[in-house]
Design a protein around this ligand. Structure first.
Ligand code: DGL
Length: 274
């Protein structure tokens, strides 16, 4: 079991929080963390070279999650956020068995969606690898109560987002195809079960209209992270040292631009070395 060593001072624990995803999707979580925990240092890793995880096998996803977690541990992170639904459902259990620092995963927000649905029909947009996962199916059974859950796998969407094609006709057409199926099922609440999809919220609204409730998980995940750090007495209370560092396993001009756009301010994207 890999354990942690604290670097405590009067100002708290300044070790960074490691956040990772297959690509830019996890920035939707990292942004909320940066806003809600403004004193924390963050290291964000995008595994773009191996994206999309949603089209890969469990074994492959687990091996990438292990690899990236080891790199982040070598950078002395005090907590890990798996900012990816696909990686969480496929790899968080095995990761928790070998790493002792807090690991916060992202799971589709089925419970709040089921509670707020009036038509008792919710839709959930996920990657193929999440749709097929047993942990995910159990989560639905655990939280759906008397609500019908309509799972919609969305192959191709993550690739379009990573290629900076959110505004393309291709993206709108694909999204419409996935959402129209759900609209025939009297769905009034839509769970965004992939951290890339909040970046499509505006496009989704163009297809489903404004009355549909969109449910995502950035704030609950951030609050869970804050609870864990508080419990462990590892919050950083210093206001002077905040840094966000960004790595990707595939750095090029297009990736750099995508990161700047999604983070909504210029940043330096560094190459992730194994
Ligand atoms: N952001 C990841 C998720 O939440 C995307 C997975 C992928 O790379 O396909 O599932």
């Amino acid at each position: 079991m890999i354990s942690d060593t604290k670097e405590m001072s009067l100002e708290g624990d300044c070790r960074p929080i490691g956040i990772f995803d297959s690509g830019v999707g996890g920035l939707s979580i990292a942004k909320a963390v940066a806003e809600q925990l403004p004193n924390e240092n963050l290291i964000y890793v995008a595994d773009t070279l191996y994206s999309p995880y949603g089209e890969k096998s469990i074994e492959f996803i687990q091996s990438r999650v292990n690899e990236i977690s080891n790199i982040l541990l070598s950078k002395s992170v005090k907590a890990l956020v798996i900012a990816c639904n696909t990686a969480t459902v496929n790899a968080i259990d095995q990761l928790r068995e070998r790493i002792s620092i807090p690991i916060i995963g992202v799971e589709p927000a089925i419970k709040p969606a089921a509670q707020q649905s009036i038509t008792k029909n919710i839709g959930i947009l996920v990657t193929q690898a999440t749709a097929e996962n047993n942990r995910f199916k159990n989560l639905i059974e655990q939280h759906r109560n008397d609500v019908q859950v309509h799972i919609q796998a969305c192959p191709g969407l993550v690739e379009l987002i990573e290629a900076n094609k959110i505004q393309s006709h291709e993206c709108y057409t694909l999204l419409t195809k996935f959402l129209e199926t759900l609209l025939t099922k009297n769905v009034d609440t839509l769970v965004l079960g992939c951290t890339h999809y909040p970046f499509l919220a505006e496009k989704i609204r163009q297809v489903v209209g404004n009355s549909m409730q969109l449910v995502e998980t950035a704030i609950p995940v951030t609050l869970q992270l804050k609870r864990k750090l508080t419990e462990q007495n590892t919050l950083n209370t210093s206001i002077s040292s905040k840094q966000c560092i960004f790595f990707s396993s595939k750095v090029n001009t297009q990736q750099q631009q995508l990161f700047n756009d999604f983070w909504q301010s210029p940043l330096i994207l560094q190459t992730l070395e194994d």
